[in-house]
Design a protein around this ligand. Structure first.
Ligand code: PXP
Length: 239
């Protein structure tokens, strides 16, 4: 059975829009776990645009499943991970201007500088996964880096128009899954997956863990809106 990691960054994005206390990503994590999430994923970005350091510390004490910390392989982030000790760390590239993580890590290029971060985190007992594009060269580089897992970036597949281009992207994912297994790596996948496009990736098999955020939080806003309005209408109309 594949596992689902729910990414709750987008809850923190809404909170940060007002700089207040709600909605609380910690409460979202509890609800996600009660609903069947196998893990909670958060990205502590260098610019702290959504998840804050405090969230991470509180989540470490409250998450009952597995905590997966997405982060850049910087000295600061490695220090934080060693302090907080999530079960898993996913190393991602980070550019300040991007709206979300736009491409995979270029492990083939970064490999020497990534190695010490991977080693320090794995020595401390965390499972390190490298977020890479579905490219066999990157899978080989990931194996050489010493990481035990990869997360295949599914963004290009999710954004491709239906038809030949999407089929090609799906085929790249299939090839990367096979290459990952041949390299002895645990294979995860994520980015841009939603209620429509996840089925075809699930059908490929071989992915141990999916990390999904935006589509789940988007759906939560819509399926939860009716109840939220009903409750406020009852207060306003009842006054
Ligand atoms: N995996 C990684 C490494 C990511 O950076 C993200 C986005 O934060 C996700 C999964 C989840 O992507 P989405 O929010 O599009 O489901």
């Amino acid at each position: 059975m594949a596992l689902l990691g729910v990414n709750i960054d987008h809850v923190a994005t809404v909170r940060q829009a007002r700089g207040g206390r709600e909605p609380d990503p910690v409460a979202a994590a509890v609800l996600a776990e009660l609903a069947g999430a196998d893990g909670i994923t958060v990205h502590l970005r260098e610019d702290r645009r959504h998840i804050q350091d405090r969230d991470l510390h509180v989540l470490r004490r409250t998450v009952q499943t597995r905590l997966n910390l997405e982060m850049a392989a910087t000295e600061e982030m490695v220090r934080i991970a060693l302090e907080v000790r999530p079960e898993a760390v996913t190393l991602v590239p980070e550019k300040r201007q991007e709206l979300t993580t736009e491409g995979g890590l270029d492990v083939a290029q970064l490999h020497p500088s990534l190695e010490s971060a991977i080693d320090a985190l794995q020595q401390a007992g965390m499972l390190v996964s490298l977020f890479i594009d579905p490219d066999p060269e990157q899978v080989r580089a990931a194996r050489l880096s010493g990481a035990r897992a990869i997360e295949i970036h599914t963004g290009a597949y999710c954004e491709a128009p239906a038809g030949e281009q999407r089929d090609r992207e799906l085929e790249r994912i299939r090839t990367a899954i096979v290459a990952g297994h041949e390299a002895g790596l645990q294979v995860h996948a994520g980015h841009g997956l939603n209620y429509n496009n996840v089925q075809a990736v699930l059908a490929l098999g071989g992915v141990r863990e999916y990390n999904i955020g935006h589509s789940i939080i988007s759906r939560a806003v819509l399926v939860g809106l009716e109840r939220a309005v009903r409750e406020m209408a009852a207060l306003v109309h009842g006054a």
